[in-house]
Design a binder for this molecule. Structure first.
Ligand SMILES: Cc1cc2nc3c(=O)[nH]c(=O)nc-3n(C[C@H](O)[C@H](O)[C@H](O)COP(=O)(O)OP(=O)(O)OC[C@H]3O[C@@H](n4cnc5c(N)ncnc54)[C@H](O)[C@@H]3O)c2cc1C
Length: 424
């Protein structure tokens, strides 16, 4: 039988850890720490006595091993269910009403505007989300916002490793109502945690998420910096996008500032995206269990070279729950958001073809993972089998076999985590 340590590391070694930090909160920082490791990723490292009961709970909480759709009690009687896009009450194209927020935001600043509105209207005491890391410039780090200035500090997408849930136990200990903004996998982690800790449902009043195609692997960051002729050791600040849509990728170094286009970072279309394995087999990049999910609106999923600093940005926004719909409409009524028009799931599919493809392919990829006797993430209420059944048999078989081949080639395998620096 595997030791508790081996079981925890199996999640990492099989490429399923996204580094959200929830395992540190579950086990406690004296037992598990999520730190930057030699692989470049932020990953859990066992630093104390880990037992099987704690690892059982980690398996039930980790978004690498368990991902659920919207809790049934939150599905409104009036909600529609789209096979790809999940539960929704209203889908709109919108942006932050304040032009500064819209400009600073990643797309149209909707999430930043909602965070500011939640604070200004006294609905929450603070917002748990992420800002640029103060220690590793390309990473994100967990951030608590109490003021509009705090919220603005966190505007923009952090595509690098980010662990917003690293100390969520301490955040819950504050005993104050708050909103959480995190990637869909972070939302899943906190929803999972709610099954074990009643404070989550009591205190997390709003769950907001960016639609997410996956994050940027550290090795790909090194390759990007090499392409733009920047020595990683000289980087002091890194802004992925924002200040226009997508706005420049801005690299601050000890030698000055370099700017690149979003496409220089990611590649010219979604097929070129470099992603961690967990993101390639993600069953929920669309934030099914959030109140509100906000997305980009580029037809085809990527900007063109002409899209840049002068595009003010427009979000596709999905209100999934009654709480999300009330917030969306109150924010518009009170002047925080501008809603341009109602749209629907077909528009989202036009803007996010990569999400549509992945959602159909995930069940076949999971079969490939099972074929290799690996950990198959447990999922509920995500319609994965229903979507897989729509695929031609040949496409299903290709996805399944492709997954097996990639696992065989080691593309889904990570080394056992070794901390990059001494853990204090
Ligand atoms: C890793 C990643 C991949 C994405 N992939 C896609 C995609 O495939 N398709 C698509 O349409 N959109 C994608 N997005 C979302 C898109 O970049 C915008 O975030 C989204 O449209 C919301 O825009 P906004 O202007 O409202 O955000 P903003 O107003 O800039 O607000 C962003 C909010 O998200 C929080 N945040 C940013 N990064 C993180 C992070 N890593 N962890 C936790 N919180 C964070 C910030 O703290 C801030 O509150 C992705 C975002 C991320 C972080």
């Amino acid at each position: 039988m595997l030791s508790p340590e081996d079981r925890l590391y199996a999640i990492v070694e099989q490429g399923l850890c996204i580094g959200c930090g929830i395992c540190q909160s579950v086990a406690g920082p004296d037992t598990v720490r999520v730190v930057r490791t030699m692989s470049g990723y932020e990953l859990p490292v066992v630093v104390g006595d880990l037992d099987h009961a704690t690892v059982d709970r980690i398996y039930d909480t980790c978004p690498g091993t368990r991902i659920d759709g919207l809790p049934e009690r939150l599905v409104d009687a009036d909600a529609s269910l789209d096979p790809v896009w999940g539960t929704w009450l209203r889908i709109v194209r919108a942006w932050a009403a304040d032009p500064i927020v819209r400009h600073e935001g990643s797309t149209g600043g909707v999430l930043t505007a909602l965070a500011g509105y939640l604070l200004a209207s006294g609905r929450v005491e603070f917002v748990l989300h992420a800002k640029a890391s103060t220690t590793t410039p390309t990473f994100g780090e967990r951030h608590l916002s109490f003021t509009q200035a705090d919220v603005m500090e966190a505007a923009g997408s952090r595509y690098g490793p980010t662990a917003p849930l690293i100390d969520v136990d301490d955040v819950l200990d504050r005993g104050q109502p708050f909103a959480f903004i995190g990637k869909p996998c972070d939302i899943s982690a906190l929803r999972n945690h709610a099954r074990h800790d009643p404070r989550v449902d009591e205190l997390v009043r709003y769950w907001l998420t960016p639609v997410c195609g996956g994050y940027f692997p550290p090795a790909s960051m090194d390759a990007f910096l090499d392409r733009v002729d920047v020595d990683p050791a000289t980087v002091t600040g890194f802004r992925y996008r924002g200040r226009g849509c997508p706005g420049p990728t801005r690299i601050e170094t000890t030698d000055g500032v370099r700017e690149a286009h979003y496409l220089d970072l990611w590649g010219d279309d979604a097929s070129m995206w470099q992603l961690p394995w967990r993101c390639k087999v993600c069953p929920d990049g669309i934030g099914e269990s959030a109140d509100i999910a906000a997305a980009d609106t580029w037809p085809g999923g990527s900007p063109t070279r002409e899209d840049g600093d002068d595009d003010p940005g427009t979000n596709g926004v999905i209100a999934r729950t009654a709480v999300g719909l009330e917030l969306l409409e109150a924010a518009e009524r009170d002047g925080a958001l501008t809603i341009e028009c109602d749209v629907g799931p077909d528009d989202l599919s036009l803007w996010q073809p990569h999400q549509v493809n992945k959602k159909h392919a995930v069940a076949a990829r999971y079969r490939g993972i099972a074929d290799e006797d690996r950990i198959v993430p447990l999922t509920h209420r995500l319609r994965l089998d229903e979507l897989a059944a729509r695929m031609p048999d040949e496409a299903y078989a290709q996805q399944r076999e492709g997954t097996r081949v990639r696992i065989g080639q080691g593309k889904a395998t990570q080394p056992r985590p070794v901390p990059a620096e001494e853990i204090r």
